[in-house]
Ligand binder design. Structure first.
Ligand code: ADP
Length: 425
C-alpha cells in the first residue's frame, strides 16, 4: 500500500482534528500515537497522521521526532508530507515550527514550502501574512496570554523568519484569488530570490483548495487542518484517491460487549450521563474511595461483570462543579485528577481483558489515560458521532479489533452515549 498523504502533527488533539477533517473530505485516514513501529500493519488507507507531542518541547527534540515521523511516512510512499501545526501558530522565537520546517525541507530537498495556519471554518484567516483569530489579529486574541507560547506578533512572515534559517516570503490574497497558475508563477519568482518558505493568505475555503492544489506540486507543506482540507480536496478532485469495494472490509461489524466510561465533569457530560440512565445501567463511582484505594475499582468491575452480558453499561466518576471543588480541596487538584484517570484506565483495561470491544470514553485527559494504558498504536477514523467526535477503529491493538469513541468535555449532543453506541456496531 502506498500512502497518498503523510502528516506529522505537533500535538494529539490537533492530530485528531486533522484526521477527522481528512476523513470528512473523503480520505481514509489512520491516526497513529507517536511514530509507529516498522511492523505496524496498516489497513488500506490514503493518509496517515502521526501524532507527536512536540509543540512545546525543546526544538532539537521536536526536529528529531518529526524527522523520524517523516522517514516513516516517506518509507510508506507518501510523496507529500504536511507538518500540522496549531491554527494559532503556537510557537516561540526559539521554535519549533521554523526548525522542524527547515529540517524536513532539507530532508526532502524541497525548494519552497507553502505555510498557512488558516482554517476559515474555525475563524482562523490569514491576510497580508497576518493571522486573525475570529475578528481580531493574533496579538490581540487570548493567545497573547498563552502560558507556553504567548503570541505577540500577528505577522507570520516575521514570526517564521525569527525561527527559520531560510528567507520567508508572502503569497498574498490578491494572487491566491487569481488561481493556481498565478500562485505557481509567484512561487517561482520567490524561489528565484532565495525564498525557502512562503506564508500564503487564505480567507475562504476556496482559497484553501487553490493552495492545496499547488502544495501538491511540492513535497512538504506546513499548516493547520485548513490546508489539510485543501490538500484532501485537491487529491479527491484529481482522482488521486482510489475507491473500491475491497476497502470496505475493515468496516465489518465488531459486536461484542460495550461499555462507556465518563471521567469528564463538564456540563455536557453531566447531562449526557443523566440521559444515559434511561437507556442503560449507570454506576456512579465514589471519587473519595477511588483516591484512597483500589476497592472502588474492584466494586465497579464486579458491578460490570453482572450486567455486561445484557447490554451496554456506563461507569461515571463525573460530579458537579461544587463536588469537584470539595474533592480537590481534600486531596489536591492534580492528585485527585491523576488518581481518577488511572482508576478509569484500570477499569478500561480490565473490561477489555474480559472481552469488551466497544468503548466510549468521555473526557480528554480520561481518554488519554485509557488509550495510553491500552497501548493502542493507532486508529482508523470512521463516521462522525457528533461534530469532531468520530468512531475510531483500533489499528495494531494486541487485543485485536476494537471500536472506541473519545470525546472531550463539552462535545456531543444530549444523547451522546447512545448516539455513539448506535454507530459502533
Ligand atoms: P474534560 O474533557 O471534560 O476536560 P478530562 O477527562 O480531560 O475531561 O478532565 C477531567 C478531569 O477531572 C480528569 O483529570 C478526571 O480524572 C478528573 N475527575 C473526574 N471525576 C472527578 C471528580 N468527581 N472530582 C474531581 N475530579 C474528577
Amino acid at each position: 500500500m502506498k500512502l497518498t498523504l503523510g502528516c506529522i502533527a505537533d500535538d494529539y488533539t490537533g492530530a485528531s482534528d486533522l484526521a477527522n477533517t481528512l476523513t470528512r473530505a473523503g480520505l481514509r485516514t489512520v491516526q497513529t500515537i507517536g511514530v509507529p513501529a516498522n511492523e505496524l500493519k496498516l489497513p488500506e488507507v490514503d493518509a496517515v497522521v502521526v501524532s507527536l507531542k512536540s509543540r512545546s518541547i525543546e526544538a532539537g527534540l521536536a526536529v528529531s521526532r518529526s524527522r523520524a515521523a517523516d522517514k516513516w511516512l516517506r518509507g510508506r510512499g507518501a510523496d507529500h508530507v504536511l507538518f500540522k501545526i496549531c491554527s494559532t501558530f503556537d510557537s516561540t522565537d526559539a521554535g519549533n515550527i521554523g526548525p522542524v520546517m527547515d529540517a524536513l525541507r532539507a530532508d526532502c530537498g524541497e525548494k519552497t514550502v507553502l505555510v498557512t495556519p488558516a482554517f476559515p471554518e474555525t475563524g482562523r484567516t490569514v491576510y497580508q501574512g497576518n493571522l486573525f483569530v475570529g475578528l481580531v489579529p493574533l496579538n490581540e486574541s487570548p493567545l497573547r496570554d498563552h502560558p507556553l507560547n504567548p503570541m505577540h506578533d500577528s505577522n507570520l512572515v516575521r514570526v517564521l523568519a525569527r525561527q527559520s534559517k531560510t528567507k520567508i516570503g508572502l503569497v498574498n490574497l490578491a494572487t491566491v484569488i487569481r488561481g493556481p497558475e498565478a500562485v505557481r508563477a509567484h512561487l517561482a519568482d520567490l524561489a528565484g530570490t532565495g525564498v525557502g518558505a512562503a506564508i500564503i493568505d487564505a480567507v475562504f475555503d476556496l482559497d484553501l483548495e487553490t493552495i492545496g492544489g499547488v502544495a501538491l506540486d511540492h513535497r512538504l507543506s506546513v499548516g493547520a487542518s485548513g490546508i489539510g482540507l485543501g490538500l484532501a480536496r485537491a487529491l479527491v478532485g484529481s482522482g488521486g484517491v482510489p475507491r473500491g469495494a475491497s476497502r470496505k472490509t475493515e468496516e465489518a461489524p465488531i459486536g461484542g460487549p460495550a461499555a462507556c466510561l465518563a471521567g469528564s465533569c463538564s456540563q455536557a457530560t453531566l447531562q449526557q450521563v443523566a440521559n444515559a440512565e434511561e437507556t442503560m445501567p449507570v454506576l456512579h463511582l465514589d471519587p473519595d474511595r477511588i483516591i484512597t484505594g483500589p476497592d472502588e475499582v474492584r466494586r465497579a468491575l464486579a458491578w460490570a461483570a453482572q450486567r455486561i452480558a445484557d447490554g451496554p453499561i456506563l461507569i461515571a466518576s463525573s460530579s458537579t462543579p461544587d463536588q469537584v471543588t470539595a474533592l480537590q480541596s481534600r486531596h489536591g487538584r492534580d492528585a485527585a485528577g491523576h488518581a481518577i484517570e488511572q482508576a478509569m484506565a484500570d477499569i478500561a483495561e480490565a473490561l477489555v481483558q474480559s472481552g469488551v470491544r466497544r468503548l466510549v470514553i468521555a473526557g480528554g485527559e480520561t481518554s488519554g489515560a485509557v488509550v495510553d494504558r491500552l497501548g493502542i498504536p493507532g486508529f482508523l477514523v470512521g463516521a462522525e458521532i457528533a461534530a469532531g467526535v468520530p468512531v475510531l477503529r483500533a489499528v495494531g491493538a494486541k487485543e485485536g479489533d476494537m471500536l472506541l469513541a473519545l470525546k472531550s468535555g463539552n462535545f456531543g449532543g444530549p444523547q451522546f452515549f447512545s448516539d455513539a453506541l448506535g454507530l459502533m456496531r
